[in-house]
Design a protein around this ligand. Sequence first.
Ligand code: 5GP
Ligand code: MN
Length: 339
Amino acid sequence: MNKDDIAQIRQLLSAPKNIVIVPHKNPDGDAIGSTLGLYHYLKKYGHNAQVITPNDYPGFLKWTPGEETILKYDSQTKICDNVIADAQIIFTLDFNAFHRTGAMEPGLEASKAIKILIDHHQEPDDYATYMYSDVSMSSTCEMIYHFIDMLGDTDKIDETIATCLYLGIMTDSGSFRFPSTTSTTHRVVASLIDKGANNSEIHNLVFDTNSYNRLQLLGRALSNLKVLPDLRTAYITLSQSELNRFDYKKGDTEGVVNYALALENIIFAAIFIEDKQEGIIKISLRSKGGFSVNEFSRAHFNGGGHNNAAGGRSESSLKGTVEKFLSILPEYKSALNYG
Ligand code: 5GP
Ligand code: MN
């Protein structure tokens, strides 16, 4: 984002506007933290701002300041369509293509509002009037901090905004351990703590509020773990009936794939989760080092994301999807055995 863009955006935001802020479907900590962080910032300028998520999000995000103001497109479609129709500016955060918003795609495409994209995923589509895309960033929340900074407004970041932004930096950086965590990330986080983000409490609210069933489901996932040492790959499956047995709630499988990556010598991890309602297998892929799961997912599983973390989907059965995965892997043998 260059100086001209920033000057134009500052001008745009100088008088109150109707503003909609949208994250991707199945919002995670970064999606909720960045949209609400921006929401609270825009409110300070008297804008009529509204966060609309494509659908619901996990219970461990339902303490985020302002969360109760969020409209959910799948259950409040009519109201949302009206709000989108009146929008003068639409911020799209933490995604790179309209289809990642599911059923919101046609409405966003049709809208004449000025679009501002802020995102750290690979290969963003070219729909935005203003685009702040940086794949080297730890999180969209870190980018919102820089965005507010570019607008000359870090002094407007209060405890509420700091809490939202801390949330997403923490979750997307794997609690500050992924390679995307830079010294700048730590400086931003330090500044957020200075502004009032309670780091220990936020961590606790997100990671230490599990239900008994969720931990039991994790136990089942770990006992389903399969290892392919020659391919330095490990994967986990969870069928719909296993999810049902442990009273699956949205978000319960978040982070499970990382356990497969925590194995010695493993650099590629996958989880395949059956979703009977959507009729798909949801796939999460993670890697260490140079093996790009973004490319792997784009090539074989209709998805994408980042080099070391990507999502995808398959329309075959759970068994068929795993078979496909296993049949593709040998092509990558040398890529997986580097170093
Ligand atoms: P997860 O495996 O947790 O669903 O996703 C991992 C990362 O990849 C997240 O940053 C998520 O936003 C991104 N991601 C998941 N699915 C897709 C997809 O279909 N396309 C793209 N471009 N990114 C995705
Ligand atoms: Mn993100």
